[in-house]
Every structure is written in structure tokens, then in C-alpha cells.
Design a protein around this ligand. Structure first.
Ligand code: UDP
Length: 478
């Protein structure tokens, strides 16, 4: 790919948000860009790099060392996020976010300056997570084209993008918030206030996370392109409406090419093997339980879920992350739970989720509705029991349950109790014909989109063409 005026390949610096659910699709997208002829300099924070290296000791100093053997040009750098490497970002979440809001850009700027001075071929474009507050400023400073990478659903992007409309109509940011249906967001036919992202449901909108989101979407106005990990056929109206605002490309689902195996280490915790245990269980008999990498859950809720799972009588694999309640309470399961479950369950701190979901023994997924987990579950045709906890998970639940009908609701306003947990699990695991039928159709949409003539592949190629033209134009004007 000799794409632009100087006859050199485009060189992108790619900076993912330093959270597990953002690093995984970013690595996979970077590999795809490199396989299409881009030179990519991928940048993890030192803290993320340290966690990956500790979790997968073989990954060494450069997580792309193996991938490069296939001939792609992908380079690796690390940068400080403003805090000491071992600082507990999970326990001190707001301090972490404040550092990303106020300090991180200074470190990134120093790094980009060095790379701009040294890079051969020259750096031409910055790909960075939409949630960062600085990319368009830095891109301008260094004469780079800015591509904003949105790792979540288009619907979530649209709601943040139109936050002023929500404010104007009294659904956000006022004392007596309206509780009726939201029906005025372009490309969104209707949505209940309880389907909004948690940050748009909050009463206190002055937190550090709110400041960060508002500033990020302000900065995003300066993006030359937005690329989104979604599928055109699944969110057609929302995407069309966004395309009237800016160049917006649906290029998902972004998975590693092997799906269950990645050439590049990305897990922040060591992956426990579940295959051996799963191999001993009957077809679709096991419930997979995970609440992702980021959200916390109350101890009381963990106890109800634990007792409910036992009461349901199903087999289960449960990812109990060491900080799921708090990193100061690393074993929050009720006393005696492990003994009682015996061989009916497998508790692991982390696993290769895609391998688990792909295993024929898995019959359902009790999930927090993280966007990656939602796409992965659909890809593996595993129906979901949806238990959103934070951020976009409430909005993803709406898509999965109300729009696509591939999951069942779990959370009620009154909290949860073990009897309800058990009943819901039984409904999910025993039959549940509608979800099983619908998920096959939605999976087909994902599969078609990512096939050679599919919408995501076409959108990806169009994006590269448009980006290349933009880079050429920029070069000619400087
Ligand atoms: N994941 C994993 N092993 C686990 C739990 C999660 O590999 O034990 C992966 C999962 O496959 C997904 C990502 O971590 O790709 C979590 O992203 P998601 O958007 O679902 O949720 P988040 O962690 O951002 O809340």
C-alpha cells in the first residue's frame, strides 16, 4: 500500500484507553490496520503493559513481537498515565480518572514529539479512544489526521453526542428530571431514561467522570473520522443519523482473527484454563458468569447471586475478579460456598472468555452487558441474562433484550434475591427458545457484516480510502 504523495505507507500512532475492554479491541484493530498495509505504533500505558507482562510472563517487553513475524510493521511503545505503575487504579478510581483528565496528555505529548522527530516513515495520523480529552488538540499541534475510535455501541455515542438535547428537554442535568420516554434524539426512535448510560442517569453531574466525558465529546468535534465497533445492520437508523453529523464508520465486530486465540497478549490477569473442566459437562448445560473487568458489585448482591446459582442447580463457571467487590476484599464469596458447590461449579479469577463462550458445554451467560461481552456472546450464540451495573451496560441491555431479543432481563429496581436469581437462571438455561432463535439471526448479521462483501469490510475499506486522501491533502497543504 503506497498510499500517499511521498510514496510512503501511512504511519498511525494508536493510543487505546487504558482499560481492559478498550485495549482488547484496539489491539485487534491495530493488527487489522497493519495487515492492510499501515505502519502502526501502538502505545500502552506503562501500568497496562506491566499488568499484561505479569499476567502472561512470556509476552516480554513487546507484546507484538510474535505478530511481527508475519511480516506486518507494528511497533510498540509505552507511556506513563501520570500515576506510579503499581498504584491501585481500581481502588482509587476517581484519582485514576483525574490523572487521565489532567495529567496524561502531557506524557502523550512528550511521546508524540519524540516519535514525530524519529519516525520513519513520518507519522501521519493519530488513532485514539474517543474518551480521551486531548486527541484533536495534539493532532492539530503535530499536523496529524485524527481518527476517533469508539469501542462501544453507536447508540451510546449518539446519546453522549446529543447530551445537550437531553439537558434541554429535562431528561438530564436538572433537579426534577423527566421520567417519560425519550423520543427526540436523531436516529433513536425511543428510549426510557433507565436505558441511558449510568452517567446520564446520575443526579450529581459534577464528578470527575462527568467532566471527562463532557470534555472528551467536546474534543471529539475535532475528529476527522469516527470508527465504531458496531454493525450497520444492527443500528441502521442511529448510524445514518450520525453520518449526517460526521464521517462515521461501523466496522465491527472487531475480534482477534482467531477469536479464541490472539497472537498478542492483552489480558490484565492470568487466564485460568476452563476447557478441561468444561469438557466433562453436557452440551449447553453450563452457565458462564462474568461481570467484566471494570465494574464493581456489592457484597450483598454477590451473596444473593451465589446462593441463587446454587439454588438453580445448574453447572457454572464464574469469573470472580480479585477486585470485583474491592481490592481490599479479594474473596467476597459467602462462607462455605466453595464447599457447597463441589464439582458443580468452577470459580476462576479470569479466563479466556472467548474460549469459554465458544465451548459447546456453555448454554447461557449471566453478564454485566459490557459491549465486548455482548458481541462475543452473540458471536458464540450464547443467550444472555442481563445484569447491567454501570456506564453503557444499561444501554447495551436495551439493545440486547428489547431490540434484538437475544437476552433476558435480570435486574429489578428492588434489587435481587436468591429465589429470583435461581428462577431467571432456570428460564435462561431450560429451553428459552425465542432467544436461542433470535441470537442465530443476529449472529448471522455479524457474520455477514464481517465477510468479504459485508458492510463492515466495505466500510473499513472506504474509511482507509478516505483517510488516505485526507493524509495526502494534509501533506500537500504543509
Ligand atoms: N474477558 C476475558 N476474561 C474474563 C472476563 C472478561 O477475557 O474472565 C474479556 C471479555 O472477553 C471482553 C473484555 O474482557 O473482551 C471485557 O470487555 P467488556 O466490554 O465486555 O466489559 P468491561 O470489562 O469493559 O466492563
Amino acid at each position: 500500500m503506497l498510499a500517499h504523495g511521498t510514496g510512503q505507507k501511512p504511519h498511525a500512532i494508536f493510543i487505546p484507553y487504558p482499560l481492559q475492554g478498550h485495549v482488547i479491541p484496539s489491539v485487534n484493530l491495530a493488527l487489522k490496520l497493519a495487515s492492510k498495509g499501515f505502519i502502526v505504533t501502538f502505545v500502552n500505558t506503562q501500568s497496562i503493559h506491566h499488568k499484561i507482562s505479569k499476567a502472561q510472563p512470556g509476552s516480554g517487553g513487546d507484546i507484538f513481537a510474535d505478530a511481527r513475524k508475519s511480516g506486518i510493521d507494528i511497533r510498540y511503545e509505552t507511556v506513563c498515565d501520570g500515576l506510579p505503575i503499581d498504584f491501585d487504579r481500581s481502588l482509587n478510581h476517581d484519582q485514576f480518572m483525574a490523572s487521565l483528565l489532567h495529567v496524561f496528555s502531557a506524557h502523550v505529548e512528550e511521546l508524540i514529539r519524540r516519535i514525530v522527530q524519529q519516525a520513519s516513515p513520518p507519522l501521519t495520523c493519530l488513532i485514539a479512544d474517543t474518551f480521551f480529552v486531548w486527541p484533536s488538540i495534539l493532532a492539530k499541534k503535530f499536523g496529524l489526521v485524527y481518527v476517533s475510535f469508539w469501542t462501544e455501541a453507536a447508540l451510546v455515542y449518539a446519546l453522549y453526542y446529543h447530551v445537550d438535547l437531553l439537558r434541554l428537554n429535562g431528561h438530564f442535568g436538572c433537579i426534577d428530571k423527566r421520567e417519560d420516554t425519550i423520543d427526540y434524539i436523531p436516529g433513536v426512535s425511543s428510549l426510557e431514561p433507565t436505558d441511558l448510560m449510568s452517567y446520564l442517569q446520575d443526579t450529581d453531574t459534577s464528578t470527575v467522570v462527568h467532566q471527562l466525558i463532557f470534555k472528551a465529546f467536546q474534543d471529539d468535534k475535532g475528529a476527522d473520522f469516527v470508527i465504531c465497533n458496531t454493525i450497520q445492520e444492527l443500528e441502521p437508523e442511529t448510524i445514518s443519523a450520525l453520518q449526517l453529523e460526521k464521517p462515521f464508520f461501523a466496522i465491527g465486530p472487531i475480534f482477534s482473527s482467531g477469536f479464541t486465540k490472539s497472537m498478542v497478549a492483552t489480558s490484565l490477569w492470568a487466564e485460568s484454563d476452563c476447557a478441561q473442566w468444561l469438557d466433562t459437562k453436557p452440551h449447553e448445560s453450563v452457565l458462564y458468569v462474568s461481570f467484566g473487568s471494570y465494574a464493581h458489585i456489592g457484597k450483598q448482591e454477590i451473596e444473593e447471586i451465589a446462593h441463587g446459582i446454587l439454588l438453580s442447580g445448574v453447572y457454572f463457571v464464574w469469573v470472580v475478579r480479585p477486585d470485583i467487590v474491592s481490592s481490599e476484599d479479594t474473596d467476597p464469596l459467602p462462607e462455605g460456598f466453595r464447599e457447597e458447590m463441589g464439582n458443580r461449579g468452577l470459580i476462576v479469577p479470569w479466563c479466556n472468555q472467548n474460549s469459554v463462550l465458544k465451548h459447546p458445554a456453555i448454554g447461557g451467560f449471566l453478564t454485566h452487558c459490557g459491549w465486548n461481552s455482548t458481541l462475543e456472546s452473540i458471536w458464540c450464540e450464547v443467550p444472555m441474562l442481563c445484569f447491567p451495573l454501570l456506564t453503557d451496560q444499561f444501554t447495551n441491555r436495551k439493545l440486547a433484550v428489547d431490540d434484538w431479543r437475544v437476552g433476558l432481563n435480570f435486574k429489578s429496581k428492588l434489587g435481587i434475591n436468591q429465589k429470583e436469581v435461581a428462577d431467571k437462571i432456570k428460564t435462561l438455561m431450560n429451553g428459552n427458545a425465542e432467544c436461542r432463535k433470535e441470537i442465530k439471526n443476529v449472529k448471522k448479521a455479524l457474520e455477514n457484516a464481517s465477510g468479504p462483501d459485508g458492510s463492515s469490510e466495505k466500510n473499513f475499506d472506504q474509511f482507509i480510502k478516505d483517510l488516505t486522501l485526507r493524509i495526502q491533502k494534509k501533506e500537500l497543504s504543509t
